[in-house]
Each structure stands twice: as C-alpha cells, then as structure tokens.
Design a binder for this molecule. Structure first.
Ligand SMILES: [Zn+2]
Length: 298
C-alpha cells in the first residue's frame, strides 16, 4: 500500500525506499512488468492517479448506471465492431483474467467465510440468503464473514476489483488506504494462486482480505520504523531474517480469520526471497513451526 485517497490526482507517496526492501522493490517490478495486463478500471474518474494503461478514455463504462454498487469485479468493456484486432485481443485477455480471478476468489472466499458467494450478471458480489434475509452459512470464520458482509451490504461505498495476471508465478495484491471521506475504493488482485491446495493461509482469498481491510476499513501496514529488513537472508537461520514484531493492523485482523479457521498465522510483515527470487512470507502453524509461503500483499 503506497498512497491514500483524496489528493485530487496527485498521489501521496508513502513508498518506503531503500535497498533490500523486498516489498517495495518487488512490487515496482510487478507493476512495470504487468501493467499491460491490468484489468480495465471501469471507473477511471475515481482513480485519476492510475496509469494510462488503466485509464482507457474511449472505453464505455460498464454498468455505470449502478448506484451504490458495493463490491464488484472490473472487466474490459464489450467488444465493438470498430475495435482493432489488438484491441479485441486485449479485451479478450483482460476478461479471461477477470473470469479466472472470479472463479478462484469465489472458491476461496466461500470457504473462508462460510457464505455461498457469486458475482451476479452485473458483476456485483452477492451471498445467498435464507428466506428471512439472513445469510446462508456453512462453517468458516465469523470475523471474515462479518467483514465481508459489511462490505457487500454497504451501499455508501463502492469497491472495485481490478484483476491482474503476471508471468512470475506469484500472487499478490495492492490497494490504497481508505481516507475517511472516500466513498469508493479498489484493489488490484493477482489471479495466480501460488498456494498449494492444502494451504489456505495465504491464498487469493487472504490477499483479497488484506487489500479489503486497507480499502474498506482504512487500516494500515506497519510503518517502516516498525519492521526491519535483514539481508542477505540465510534461509537456514530464520532468526536472521524474521522480525517477529508488528505485523500491522491489517494482518492482525486477517490473523483473526486464520486462527478461527485453524490456519497458520503471519508472524511478521517483513518477508524475504527464496533462492529463485520469489517473495516469501513467514507464518507459524499451531505446532510452532515456521512456514515460508510464496506470495505478496502490499
Ligand atoms: Zn498491506
């Protein structure tokens, strides 16, 4: 997370700089390498700081008649006869990425919240309800469920998911921190699911929740002074690279979901890289073992 809402198009840059900061360095690379794959934000006016790749001014806005549209999935506009071959291919690719993302996100979020979730034909995230309007629930974390329901039900706040794909075999996400006055937000979410199927502690659903907590609740990661970057990492000696300090408000909250689900919890905001250069983060399971999981949330 680098910037806040509400600065009339000029981003307030909270970026942490410095050699060896894997978060910052990694995400800058990710941005540069994947910007052509960013899903098209249908509400470009709400995100004036976005790159031109995202602000495609000639694209008609999808579903612009929807007011108070809560959490929804961004897609490229429908193809037009006049589109060039390249433009058609770009839209196809973006929508394919969005469709894949929707599928894996629904699966993970449904497991985590116990809700039966789907995107309706307008792209809005919805949950199945009983005849009295209460949510249909099947297990999951109560804290995660309550947070997601409050976002879905909140008609005063729009939240757009911009889908991303990259060729780096990593997952990740990014979102601005919500300002008090903001009534819309967005996240960028990578569709690559880096987690093995038996590991749900740091997958696309948890990446969603990390970004959602920034964008909806306006809570932050730790300040630079609150975590330490060590390096070069000695993978045989985790004590040299793990700062078991403040994970930040966002991950404290996501850790509550994890503990309710019996999943390993994140023990540091700080991560490092494995021998292949993948960004990895430390977690601890209920036996006290440290697990390094591949992926990235910003
Ligand atoms: Zn974050």
């Amino acid at each position: 997370m680098y910037y806040r809402f509400g600065y009339q198009g000029s981003e307030k840059d909270n970026e942490i700089t410095g050699e060896g900061n894997t978060y910052t360095t990694f995400f800058r690379e990710l941005d540069v390498r994947t910007c052509r794959w960013w899903g098209i934000d249908p509400k470009t006016s709400a995100t004036p700081w976005e790159s031109p790749y995202v602000s495609m001014g000639d694209n008609p806005v999808w579903y612009k008649d929807i007011v108070g549209d809560r959490i929804w999935s961004g897609k490229a506009s429908a193809e037009k006869e006049s589109d060039s071959k390249e433009e058609k291919e770009r839209k196809d690719k973006n929508n394919q990425i969005a469709n894949e993302g929707e599928k894996s996100l629904l699966k993970s979020l449904s497991e985590k919240t116990g809700l039966n979730l789907h995107f309706n034909d307008k792209g809005l995230l919805e949950y199945d309800q009983n005849s009295n309007g209460s949510p249909l629930i099947n297990g999951g974390s109560e804290a995660a469920r309550n947070d997601l329901i409050s976002g879905i039900d909140d008609k005063s706040f729009d939240f757009t998911i911009n889908w991303v794909s990259n060729d780096m075999n990593v997952n990740g996400g990014k979102a601005p921190l919500r300002d008090k006055s903001a009534n819309s937000g967005w996240m960028k979410l990578d569709i690559s699911d880096f987690s093995p199927s038996d590991n749900k502690t740091f997958d696309i659903g948890m990446a969603f929740f990390h970004e959602f907590n920034h964008g909806y609740f306006g809570i932050d990661d730790p300040a630079k002074s609150e975590y330490t970057v060590y390096g070069p990492p000695d993978m045989n000696n985790p004590a040299t690279i793990i700062h078991q300090g403040n994970v930040g408000e966002v991950e404290m909250r996501v850790n509550i979901y994890r503990s309710q689900l019996g999943l390993p919890i994140r023990i540091s905001y700080n991560g490092t890289r494995d021998e292949k250069g993948n960004s990895i983060m430390p977690f601890k399971n209920n036996k006290g073992n440290i697990l390094w999981l591949k992926g990235f949330v910003d």
